[in-house]
Design a protein around this ligand. Structure first.
Ligand code: ADP
Ligand code: ZN
Ligand code: ZN
Length: 705
């Protein structure tokens, strides 16, 4: 007989499930979604059925429990394995279990078949012969067993640390008409880390080909593969490539698809019809059967971390899935994250090197150029190279770092910049307050009248705008075809695709772009890459500023010289001689990380510590202030001995959308103890919370803006 009682979770910040009676048609089952009365007015909400039970929860009479109104899905969308992953997400990222499930499962209500993405007729086996390095990397990936090389047991891994069980703390008041059934159990025993390998190869060294062959070999063994790529542009390029190689065995899951199409792909994957799945961050939840391998291409990419609750990181989630499901994790990048670099150095992640460009190119000649005496934003050298490139009928990419919004203090005579004494991050100028502020610890200084180091009166606050740059390029080169590809210019759907394919077809001479053009794009005709101002990102008040700047420059530079050995890169800077700029121009990844990791260690930032960021936002500044102060007061006695608290302080972007933002950061040696303190904090904060401000929790934040 079918079960009569079900537990549902909803998309709310509560670690709680709620009991319902079966619907009349008897369609309810674990893994399906259902509409059920929920909330203060008992209106219907979408819930996820995560358990069935033989009897109503103890102490509750049958009549007190409401029935499920309507079951949405004909077939289950998720199973025990997915629920376990959701529990882990909720415990690790300190969010509600229902929020975790909602993030995993496509939101579409009706499946919309969008035809098969790829045809089997198009399948073309790889014609390339692998290089020696590629072959040995592939052998290492295929050969890595339970634990890689030499059967050595995995060292304990910080990234994989099991969280403490969640508490009931963040549970909102239960609506009177609804029956809460149970606090969810959290069965998280420590797990061994999975085999982890890293294809560390210069840009254009053929990492993709190795990933594809490793995937083919997995599929041949009857296992499934999830292939993660950064958001937007690269997804399409990869989808095409994967479609050609795997035909209908390939599925795609990305945010640009309609919810119905996503749902259809999801079901196809669940039925085992698509053993290889390609997609951005959220594809890490793909319900493949018999997972053999997760690939994370461009592992350093910021889009692998979710910007909404639950703020999960695809890498962390992939580690969890691989260890639970006995799969291996294969990552790759020319510019690994600091976390990955450290783990490679320690041997926890096995590094596989690719050092050559294989398509006829070689690493371009990268030259730092001072922008100090240029009139506008194009140096004489960059102008000359653009002209030369156009004469050769080749193409130019100009890269603008959009994140350089901040107004920072700079001295043109001696290079002095105003930084925080305690945190070693740039101070940000707040005109309205008349203060240069540190957004980590709240430290501030008045604006200097003259440069504090050399006394120059020309020092001051500076910044850059993108339209201004476009204008200058058009003015300087009226006969060149210029297109801009950034969030503003490609607002309309498909416009980025159009711009990129026009560029690929040679119909555009100069492509002006932001981060979007830095990611893995492969344009044969590009000779010149110009970075307009390399240091903008360095001024951001974030301890990852140097890492991001370094990796961005190396990645953008990597767009040149992929097919011809005459690639040229001009990196404009106001910080000639700055080690980050110098090392990125030399593509000295090891040199950069040696210095950077030493600095992180000295200042006690990740990967040497772990962080949990708690931020408050609210329309009323004084309420936001009061709330963050209260939260900080709660935190002080809870801080474990190996942990401390940064802040409370205003967020670097102090107001967004009329919301005042405040933050504090818990910093500790182990995520286990931090999690423990954070849970009690949230619990106490909840009692007597001001309902007009919102609290957001970010575990392992990648951005502190
Ligand atoms: P990466 O991902 O490392 O930046 P790609 O995978 O984009 O590099 O490869 C760059 C180019 O090299 C591609 O055009 C690819 O077809 C080519 N390539 C890869 N492997 C080989 C090989 N073994 N022989 C020749 N060309 C290759
Ligand atoms: Zn000076
Ligand atoms: Zn500071």
């Amino acid at each position: 007989m079918a079960a009569q009682w079900f537990d549902l979770v909803f998309d709310i910040p509560a670690n709680q499930a709620f009991s319902y009676r079966a619907d009349e048609k008897g369609e309810a089952a674990v893994g399906k979604r259902a509409m059920a009365p929920f909330g203060n007015r008992g209106r219907d909400s979408l819930g996820y059925i995560i358990a069935e039970r033989d009897a109503p929860p103890e102490g509750l009479s049958e009549s007190a429990i409401k029935p499920v109104r309507r079951v949405v899905d004909a077939d289950p969308l998720f199973d025990e394995r997915d629920i376990d992953l959701a529990r882990w997400l909720a415990a690790y990222y300190l969010c509600g279990i229902g929020q975790a499930v909602a993030a995993m499962i496509p939101s579409g209500r009706r499946m919309v078949s969008f035809g098969s993405l790829f045809g089997d007729d198009d399948i073309a086996a790889a014609a390339l012969e692998l290089s020696v390095e590629q072959q040995s990397a592939l052998d290492a990936i295929i050969g890595s067993g339970e634990w890689g090389v030499g059967g050595k047991s995995p060292p304990s891994l910080r990234l994989c640390e099991p969280p403490l069980p969640p508490s009931a703390g963040d549970t909102p008041a239960t609506p009177p008409s609804i029956t809460p059934c149970s606090l969810l159990p959290t069965p998280h025993s420590p797990l061994p880390s999975p085999p982890m390998l890293y294809l560390y190869g210069i840009t254009g060294s053929g990492k993709t080909e190795v990933f594809l062959r490793a995937a083919e070999s997995m599929l041949k063994d009857g296992k499934s593969v999830i292939y993660l790529v950064p958001e937007i542009a690269l997804t399409h390029q990869m989808a095409e490539l994967i479609g050609k190689r795997f035909g209908q065995s390939a599925a795609m899951l990305h945010s640009g698809m309609s919810p119905g199409a996503r749902l259809a792909e999801w079901s196809r994957i669940r039925r085992g019809q698509a053993p290889i799945v390609v997609g951005p961050r959220s594809a890490v939840f793909a319900p493949v059967r018999n997972l053999g391998m997760i690939i994370i291409d461009e592992e350093h990419d910021g889009s692998y971390k979710s910007g909404n609750t639950p703020r999960y990181h695809a890498r962390q989630t992939a580690i969890r899935r691989c260890s639970v499901e006995g799969a291996k994790l294969v990552m790759g990048s020319a510019t690994p994250s600091a976390e990955a670099w450290k783990l490679m150095a320690e041997g926890t992640i096995k590094r596989l090197n690719l050092s050559l460009r294989l398509a006829g190119g070689s690493l371009p000649d990268i030259k730092p150029v001072s922008l100090e005496n240029a009139e506008g934003c194009l140096s004489a050298e960059l102008k000359e190279e653009i002209r030369l490139t156009a004469q050769m009928k080749r193409q130019t990419i100009l890269f603008l770092n959009r994140r350089g919004f901040a107004h920072f203090y700079h001295c043109p005579s001696c290079g002095y910049e105003q930084t925080c004494r305690r945190c070693s991050v740039s101070l940000t100028w707040h005109k309205s307050k008349g203060k240069a502020l540190c957004h980590y610890c709240g430290y501030w200084e008045p604006p200097p009248v003259a440069c504090p180091r050399c006394g120059s009166l020309e020092a001051g606050y500076r910044g850059f705008g993108t339209e201004m740059i476009e204008e200058e390029v058009r003015r300087t080169f009226p006969d060149l075809r210029v297109r801009r590809a950034d969030a503003d210019a490609v607002g309309k759907k498909g416009q980025l695709e159009e711009t990129l394919s026009m560029f690929r077809a040679g119909m555009v001479d100069v492509l002006l772009g932001t981060q979007m053009v830095a990611k893995g794009l492969n344009f044969p005709g590009v000779r010149l890459v110009g970075v307009i101002l390399a240091d903008t990102g360095l001024h951001l008040p974030d301890f990852r500023a140097a890492e991001r700047t370094f990796s961005l420059i190396v990645q953008v530079a990597g767009r040149a010289g992929r097919y011809f050995p005459d690639g040229k890169v001009i990196v404009q800077t106001l910080r000639m001689g700055d080690p980050v700029i110098t090392r990125s121009c030399a593509v000295d990844v090891a040199g950069f990380f040696n210095a950077e990791l030493a600095q992180r260690k000295a200042l006690q930032f990740p990967p040497y510590t772990r962080l949990i960021r708690m931020s408050i936002r609210g329309k009323d500044a004084s309420r936001a202030d009061a709330a963050i102060k209260r939260l900080a007061g709660i935190a002080v006695p809870l801080m474990p001995p190996d942990a401390d608290m940064l802040g409370p302080a205003e967020c670097p972007i102090g107001i967004i959308n009329g919301n005042h933002r405040r933050q504090l950061i818990l910093r500790g040696r182990s995520m286990g103890t931090l999690h423990g303190a954070a849970r009690v904090m949230l619990e106490r904060y909840e009692q007597g919370r001001d309902s007009r401000v919102y609290l957001e929790v970010d575990v392992d934040p990648v951005s502190l803006l």
